[in-house]
Design a protein around this ligand. Structure first.
Ligand code: C2E
Ligand code: CA
Ligand code: CA
Ligand code: CA
Length: 279
C-alpha cells in the first residue's frame, strides 16, 4: 500500500495538491466550527401567492468564521459532504431549527413550518429517522411544522433504502419537498414512487420565466403536474414582480426569493413576520 501511495503521488498535479490542502483546511476548521458553535441559521420567508400570507421559511446554514467572516454554504457544504461532517452539521441544523420553531411558538408566533435542507448522505448514512424523531421529541415541535428538502438529483441516485427511510419520515407527519426540481431529469415516476408532499421549482427556471418561452412552458408543466398529483408547488428565487405575476397566473402555490426577502436572522425574521401579520 505504501508503494501504491508513492506511485499515486507522482501523478498528483499541483492543482490537485492545492485542492486537497484547501479541503483539509476546511475540514479542520469545520471541526472547530462545530465544537465552538460558529454555525448559525438564517430563515427565508415562504409566501402563499393567493393570500400573501407567510406560510413558512427555508432554513439555511451560515458559518460565522472567526477570521474569514460570514461564509455561505457554497464554501463548505460540498467538503462537509465528502468528509461526512454533513451528518453532524445536518443533525445540528435539524435540532436548532426545531428549537427555534418551538421558542417562537411559545412567544406567540405559531402556525408556520420550517423547511430544512437534508443531504443525500444524511439519508443514507446518518440515521435520519432517529435524528428527525429526536429533534421533534426534544423540542416538542409538531411534525407537521417540519419539512425536509431533498434534491431531485438524490432521488435519482438514491437506492430503494432511501425510499423506505423517507417513507418512515413521512409517516411521522413530516413533509418532504423535492428541491431544485427540473434540474435532475428524473423520470416522472419518481414523483409517484417517493412519499413527496411538495415540489420546489428550481431558481434556474424562474429566472428567465418572463423572457424564455421554453422556461415558461416548463414551469407551467411542473405546476400542472404537481396539481394533478396533489402536491404543493413552491417557486424559489423569485426576484421580480413580473415573475411573481406569471407564477401566480400559472397556479403556483407559494414562492420565496429576494422579491419578498433574503434569508434573515431569527430576530429579523420575527420582525418581518410581525410586520406582515399586522400590515
Ligand atoms: P438551495 O437549497 O437551493 O437554497 C436556496 C439558495 O438560493 C440559498 O443560497 C438562498 O440564499 C438563495 N436564494 C434565495 N432567494 C434567492 C433569489 O431570489 N435569488 C437568488 N439568486 N438566490 C436566492 P445559500 O443560502 O447560499 O444556500 C446554497 C445551498 O446550500 C442551498 O441551495 C442548499 O443546497 C445548501 N444548504 C444550505 N443550508 C444547508 C443545510 O443546512 N444543509 C444542507 N445539506 N445543505 C444546505
Ligand atoms: Ca433548499
Ligand atoms: Ca433549491
Ligand atoms: Ca439550488
Amino acid at each position: 500500500a505504501k508503494a501504491d501511495g508513492r506511485r499515486a503521488y507522482r501523478f498528483y498535479t499541483a492543482d490537485m495538491t492545492e485542492r486537497a490542502r484547501e479541503r483539509l483546511e476546511i475540514e479542520t476548521a469545520l471541526r472547530r466550527a462545530l465544537a465552538e458553535h460558529e454555525l448559525r441559521l438564517v430563515f427565508q420567508p415562504q409566501i402563499d401567492l393567493r393570500s400573501g400570507r407567510l406560510m413558512g421559511a427555508e432554513v439555511l446554514v451560515r458559518w460565522l468564521h472567526p477570521t474569514a467572516g460570514l461564509l455561505l454554504p457554497g464554501r463548505f457544504i460540498a467538503v462537509a459532504e465528502s468528509t461526512g461532517q454533513i451528518e453532524q452539521i445536518g443533525g445540528w441544523v435539524l435540532e436548532e431549527a426545531c428549537r427555534d420553531l418551538k421558542r417562537w411558538e411559545r412567544a406567540g408566533f405559531g402556525g408556520i413550518r420550517l423547511g430544512v435542507n437534508v443531504s443525500g448522505r444524511q439519508v443514507l448514512h446518518g440515521n435520519l429517522v432517529e435524528t428527525v424523531q429526536g429533534a421533534l421529541e426534544r423540542s416538542g415541535c409538531r411534525p407537521e411544522s417540519l419539512e425536509i428538502e431533498i434534491t431531485e438529483g438524490f432521488l435519482i441516485r438514491g437506492p430503494d433504502t432511501s425510499r423506505s427511510i423517507l417513507e418512515r419520515i413521512r409517516d411521522m407527519g413530516v413533509g418532504i419537498a423535492i428541491d431544485d426540481f427540473g434540474t435532475g431529469y428524473s423520470s416522472l415516476s419518481y414523483l409517484k414512487q417517493f412519499p413527496i408532499s411538495r415540489i420546489k421549482i428550481d431558481r434556474a427556471f424562474v429566472r428567465d420565466i418572463s423572457l424564455d418561452v421554453n422556461d415558461q412552458a416548463i414551469v407551467r408543466a411542473i405546476i400542472a403536474l404537481g396539481r394533478s398529483l396533489g402536491l404543493k408547488v413552491i417557486a424559489e428565487g423569485v426576484e421580480t414582480a413580473e415573475q411573481l405575476a406569471l407564477l401566480t397566473e400559472c397556479g403556483c402555490n407559494e414562492a420565496q426569493g429576494y422579491l419578498f426577502s433574503e434569508p434573515l436572522t431569527a430576530s429579523v425574521f420575527l420582525d418581518y413576520w410581525n410586520r406582515q401579520a399586522r400590515p
